[in-house]
Design a protein. Structure first.
Length: 348
């Protein structure tokens, strides 16, 4: 199980498309609440993902104290710690974080995208030059290459190949995700259009540098996949997400949406967990999906099911969506079978 801890609602960036909500209030998760969550959801193996806000807005000592508590608690087993962060505080004060990031059980993922959505301040864009400076400082100080996440929307969708080529140039991995309608975002990026971009990545021969494409290869070849959105249908058994104000959810994106619209679910109430897999309206997009060979491609992520159904209701786009999915899956299947099925150098 992956336990996602939104360590703080604070963030030192001003991104316009952020999926986190209410970033200005300045509340943090306490160690006691974290330990209570870990003791409750003690399915093994467990991974922790520290998110935010930005998890580096919390003092490093909290993480040292948390690692010590976990190491001394026989009821908790954590295999890996993951930080998802813009790395800005590391960039400014690397010595605060080097020892934590050098731990063999710690992985770090950062974020970058072309366009004007990822902002350092209200007027300063987080550009490629600054990102590469941070990437190189991390590699020099920590001796690890950091992968990065990119969010795609209508404004920057033209930059997908450019983004993957940046990952290739840096010899790292990127993960290109469509925009979700959560947090500060008021729109979403269509999943059928996102699949077209994955086709373009394969066509350019760059799939080994993009993690969703690697999962596509695994799925087509019938190989096991790591816990990974957007192809995990049983979210309630795979994810737990917690916020500083006591919200619990089975989905990080849905967690942001719940934050704005629903009642709080407190840590101490062990019977309450917002489980998106129990939302019957998000079981599938259409009854026609039940007989479709490509069911898992567009009926796995419950958030995307909800977004797609709203698209159909607004624009009557169902046939167009389904045709696009069918075309993309056929293209992707052909790419994988011709290039990877018997290729010993396959990224999987």
């Amino acid at each position: 199980m992956q336990i996602i801890l939104r360590m703080t609602t604070r963030c030192n960036f001003k991104c316009t498309m952020c999926s986190a909500s209410d970033l200005s209030r300045g509340t943090d998760l306490s160690i006691e609440n974290i330990i209570a969550i870990l003791q409750k959801y003690n399915k093994q193996p467990n991974n922790i993902c520290f998110e935010g806000g930005d998890p580096l807005c919390v003092k490093p000592q909290l993480y040292y104290d948390l690692f010590e508590r976990i190491d001394n608690d026989p009821s908790i087993t954590i295999n890996e710690y993951n930080f998802t962060t813009n790395l800005w505080d590391f960039y400014k004060h690397p010595n605060k974080w080097v020892d934590i990031f050098k731990r063999p059980d710690v992985r770090v993922c950062t974020s970058f995208q072309y366009g004007n959505q990822r902002m350092i301040t209200n007027n300063k864009v987080f550009d490629e030059k600054t990102f590469i400076e941070i990437f190189e400082k991390f590699e020099n100080k920590v001796d690890k290459k950091v992968p990065f996440i990119t969010v795609i929307d209508e404004d920057n969708c033209h930059s997908v190949i450019q983004t993957v080529k940046l990952a290739q140039r840096l010899d790292t991995m990127c993960k290109i995700n469509p925009l979700f309608m959560a947090g500060r975002s008021k729109s979403f990026y269509r999943w059928d259009h996102m699949l077209k971009h994955y086709c373009d990545i394969f066509e350019a021969g760059l799939e080994q540098y993009e993690s969703n494409c690697v999962d596509i290869i695994r799925m087509i070849l019938g190989k096991p996949m790591d816990i990974n959105c957007p192809w995990v249908r049983n979210c309630g058994d795979k994810f737990v997400v917690a916020t500083p104000d006591g919200w619990l959810s089975s989905c990080s994106i849905e967690n942001s949406t719940l934050y704005n619209n629903f009642y709080p679910i407190k840590f101490y109430d062990r019977n309450n967990l917002s489980n998106i897999t129990l939302d019957k309206s998000r079981t599938l997009i259409s009854s026609n999906c039940l007989t479709c060979d490509y069911f898992n491609w567009c009926n796995s992520c419950r958030v995307k099911i909800g977004e797609t159904k709203s698209l159909f209701n607004l624009h009557n786009e169902q046939n167009n969506f389904c045709n696009n999915i069918n075309t993309c899956v056929k293209r992707l299947t052909n790419f994988v079978k011709h290039r990877h099925e018997n290729n010993p150098n396959s990224p999987v």
